[in-house]
Design a protein around this ligand. Structure first.
Ligand SMILES: *Cc1c(COP(=O)(O)O)cnc(C)c1O
Length: 356
């Protein structure tokens, strides 16, 4: 089946809620577009997917994912170009990643055409929901979860794959203050750090709440053995500019989520001739670079924020203050470059953009 031939049944709403969307004041996650995609997996195969009006689900209280957490998701954005046509950024990469998460969590693989054509068709039908003003987008949330009605413990056999979308306003990336976490752990080799499993988010709520009470915005997670090597900030990948090089933790251990933004950033920097090293980064190396004046920039990357600048990093009782963001060459260039590709202002030389 090619992407264009998958049969998706469509039942359109007769009662659009688009009038409830105030384009000048979009509150992310408060309002969802008119339609959603639903596909069931049963008896070892995917049933015909449907696009239907956005509605509540009705599930048995014994539904397995509620108890045992076999649930994964993805996050993608659609942007409107100057002619008002939606573009989706790198959906195939999210599809591949969803299937890596699915395998580790014992969920079935989602066919490419279900994922990519599902997104394309859903965005096409709800194209009025993709906002047009600067820095706005339509956030696309594909997700899958186990729906056996059975509270015994075993890998499930029935699943639901869904896609919902929600308009997102301009993301105000106020530089964040980071606490280097060396008590709680996000991920360790052999675990699920590389997946977008619901549980990775569930476990992060309490440590994040704690550091927010202390006045910090996000956690810089460190490895589970020595609390020495940095992993990610909050739910973003992390980059540091050390002298004229850019460094980011490598993916070898399986503790880090392979961000699509991370990959885009590495690709764009290398094309520009900037050295990017993917390798273990010890917190002590960052502290030393800071003392030598070599820690020039630090930022998180992810679909939601694109590039999130870091203002300060606190490790034990030392706080490393980064220079004013206006002076940052790398992060500011990346932010603009990514936006130009996403909004179709710059030629898509990598085949990253899906036109709807
Ligand atoms: C989603 C996510 C990211 C960012 O991935 P993108 O594909 O760039 O949005 C980074 N880290 C974690 C833990 C994530 O869940």
């Amino acid at each position: 089946m090619s992407v264009s031939t998958i049969d998706i049944a469509v039942k359109k709403t007769t009662d659009s809620r688009i009038g409830q969307l105030d384009p000048a004041n979009i509150q992310f996650g408060k309002i969802y577009s008119d339609h959603m995609l639903v596909a069931y997996y049963e008896d070892g195969e995917w049933k015909q997917p449907e696009i239907v009006p956005f509605a509540n689900l009705s599930l048995s209280p014994a539904t397995t994912f509620i108890h045992y957490g076999q649930a994964i998701f993805e996050g993608i954005k659609a942007y409107k170009d100057a002619n008002g046509n939606p573009l989706v950024f790198r959906p195939r990469d999210n599809w591949k990643r969803m299937n890596r998460s699915a395998e580790r969590m014992a969920l079935p693989a989602v066919p490419e055409e279900l994922f990519v054509e599902g997104i394309r068709k859903l965005v096409d039908i709800d194209r009025a929901w993709v906002p047009t003003s600067e820095e706005t987008s339509l956030y696309i949330r594909p997700f899958m979860f186990a729906i056996d009605e059975f509270i015994g413990v075993r890998p499930a056999e029935k699943f639901m794959f869904m896609i919902i979308t929600s308009p997102a306003g301009p993301y105000y990336s106020k530089p964040v203050s980071i606490y280097v976490q060396d008590e709680y752990v996000r991920a360790f080799p052999g675990g699920i750090g590389f997946t977008k499993a619901a549980g990775n988010y569930g476990m992060s709520m309490y440590p994040t709440m704690k550091i927010k009470e202390m006045g910090y915005d996000q956690i810089l997670w460190t490895d589970g053995f020595e609390h020495k090597y940095v992993q990610e900030i909050g739910t973003m990948n992390v980059f540091f500019v050390l002298g004229d090089k850019v460094v980011t933790p490598d993916l070898k251990e399986g503790t880090i989520l392979a961000g699509v933004t991370r990959d885009s950033v590495i690709t764009l920097l290398r094309e520009k001739g900037i050295t990017v090293e993917e390798r273990p980064i010890a917190i002590d190396e960052l502290a030393e670079a800071y003392r030598n004046g070599q820690l020039k920039e630090a930022f998180g990357t992810g679909t939601a924020a694109s590039i999130a600048p870091i203002r300060a990093l606190t490790y034990h009782d030392e706080t490393m203050e980064l220079p004013e963001m206006e002076t940052w060459d790398v992060a500011n260039w990346l932010k603009k470059e990514l936006a130009d590709i996403r909004y179709g202002r710059k030629a898509d030389t990598h085949g990253w953009v899906l036109h709807v």
